[in-house]
Design a protein around this ligand. Structure first.
Ligand SMILES: *Cc1c(COP(=O)(O)O)cnc(C)c1O
Length: 238
């Protein structure tokens, strides 16, 4: 690695994580470049997004609709509009927010019920391509209310695959936090197994959205194609 560990700027953090992803792809015999780094910019302002952008980030994740829309508007302003960002909505979805999500995002990782999928489908503006969708799966069944149980993923995938303005891309999960690498891998494994099984049935499935600041090594080992990193790039959220 060219830069020093002391480079704790957003750009330095971004480049260091990217380098680690490439190293871990090799280590776990993943295809080079097969894991995409999604910069989770929730609670961080437009200026910090610009810093990550300058370091090469083009995919950003947001959890709160209004915050995201305000930020997008700032980033589109002249004299330096950023026009090639891919925006991912990764937070819990309320029904009354689907119209804004469908109009302003390129991806939604947190679809966990048909009602929401239908609304996103119906509200996706005609001039935009189909909205990329991941189904959120609840792996731990304890703390988080979000996500469909693993046993119901197949049927929700089948329903979503029939909606013409959505493109079924993958599965997403947020396992209960834990620091042990082997336990982290064990939590991800049933999801990965189901993902590979469903790929036979749904050819558009190409995205396994797993891995955050504290468990992305394990996620890459288990087949992640998109890791969602906030804290390790932007620092702690206030
Ligand atoms: C906040 C968030 C992240 C990023 O978490 P960090 O631990 O800060 O990397 C990733 N995914 C989702 C769904 C989030 O809400």
């Amino acid at each position: 690695m060219a830069q020093t560990r002391d480079d704790n700027t957003i750009a330095g953090n971004y480049r260091r994580i990217l380098a680690r992803i490439r190293t871990q792809e090799e280590h776990f015999r993943r295809k080079p470049g097969s894991v995409l780094l999604l910069a989770v910019s929730k609670t961080h302002g437009a200026d910090r997004v610009r810093e990550a952008y300058a370091a090469g980030a083009r995919d950003f994740g947001e959890n709160y609709v209004q915050e995201a829309l305000d930020k997008m508007a700032l980033l589109e302003q002249t004299p330096h509009p950023l026009t090639d960002i891919t925006w991912h909505f990764i937070g819990p979805i309320q029904s009354n927010k689907t119209r804004d999500i469908a109009a302003s995002f390129d991806w939604v990782h947190s679809v966990d019920r048909l009602k929401i999928a239908r609304r996103l489908n119906d509200q996706r503006p005609e001039l935009l391509p189909a909205l990329n969708v991941c189904i959120q799966v609840n792996l731990s069944n304890e703390d988080s209310k979000s996500g469909v149980p693993l046993s119901e993923v197949e049927s929700l995938c089948a329903d979503v695959a029939r909606l013409p303005r959505l493109q079924l891309r993958g599965l997403m999960a947020i396992p209960a936090p834990c620091q042990d690498h082997a336990q982290q891998r064990a939590a991800f494994k049933p999801l990965a197994t189901e993902f590979y099984r469903l790929q036979q049935q749904f050819p558009s499935l190409d995205t396994l959205s797993i891995g955050m600041s504290d468990d992305f090594d394990a996620a890459i080992a288990e087949g992640s194609t998109m890791i969602r990193i906030g804290t390790a790039i932007f620092g702690a959220r206030g």
